[in-house]
Design a protein around this ligand. Structure first.
Ligand code: MF3
Ligand code: CO
Length: 249
């Protein structure tokens, strides 16, 4: 069942989403060569305490941190580590969530560490563009498959591939609600969009092929071919006036 949110609930989700979005402005300068992925986690811990909100991920299904920091061939769910030193040219997906007034905020961005290579730059810009196209499809009367196929089209036209094993999700008083939001699939399929639906859309895009595997830590998802991957995520409310992005600063 897809839970429809009232305008008041959407405003609460926007407050949670805004907190997540403003964190990215704070963490961005910390994503630099010589820092570790745990420096980003430290930044998240300080941010959460300063704003008196709880992180959404720490303890979720046993996940051991407030951030997911996924470097290069890591797709999602990379665990922050004092041993993982960022190098010039790396790319890092930072995924962050909060729970605020009983509602979840969840978003992700991929940052280059200093200057990166042209393929990685294009991988990042394509992933962000695919998310924008997906958001654009969030209109009353469209179907979920219209969103999914819009994302897939942008990615595959650029010669990259869409991860199949992980998807976006509905979000509200739970981090993961129905529906699942795939980044691939045929247009014209799936549930029809209704005003009040709130989706976390999160394309994971691989430079090579779409296959992934999970490392022995039980969390870190990496590409099978060990080529790079990028990830962006926004929360979007479907309204009569069109898509409303809730994870903006
Ligand atoms: N954005 C991811 C998601 O929606 C982050 C969850 S990581 C977890 O699934 F550790 F909390 F599982
Ligand atoms: Co998410």
């Amino acid at each position: 069942m897809i839970i429809i949110k009232s305008p008041r609930e959407i405003e609460a989700l926007r407050r949670a989403g805004g907190l997540v979005a403003r964190f990215f402005e704070e963490v961005k300068p910390v994503v630099q060569a010589g820092n570790t992925t745990f420096d980003l986690e430290d930044c998240a811990v300080a941010y959460l305490s300063r704003h008196s909100v709880k992180g959404a991920f720490n303890g979720y299904m046993g996940y051991p941190a407030n951030l997911c920091t996924s470097v290069n061939d890591e797709v999602v769910h990379g665990i922050p580590s004092r041993k993982r030193v960022l190098q010039e040219g790396d790319i890092v997906s930072v995924d962050f969530g909060v729970i605020c007034e009983g509602f979840y905020g969840d978003a992700a961005r991929t940052f280059p560490v200093g200057k990166t290579d042209v393929v990685s730059e294009r991988l990042i810009s394509t992933t962000e563009a695919s998310l924008s196209k997906g958001i654009e499809a969030c209109r009353v009367g469209n179907r979920l498959g219209d969103l999914s196929s819009a994302v897939q089209e942008v990615v595959e036209s650029a010669g990259f591939s869409v991860v199949r094993d992980f998807v976006g999700h509905g979000i509200g008083r739970q981090l993961h609600e129905e529906p699942q939001v795939p980044n691939f699939g045929p247009p014209g399929s799936g549930p029809r969009f209704i005003a009040g639906m709130v989706l976390a859309i999160e394309p994971m895009v691989n430079a090579g092929s779409w296959g992934v595997e999970i490392l022995k830590d039980g969390w870190t998802v990496v590409t099978r071919d060990r080529k790079r991957s990028a990830h962006f995520e926004h929360m979007v409310a479907i309204t009569e006036d069109g898509p409303d992005i809730l994870t903006l600063p």
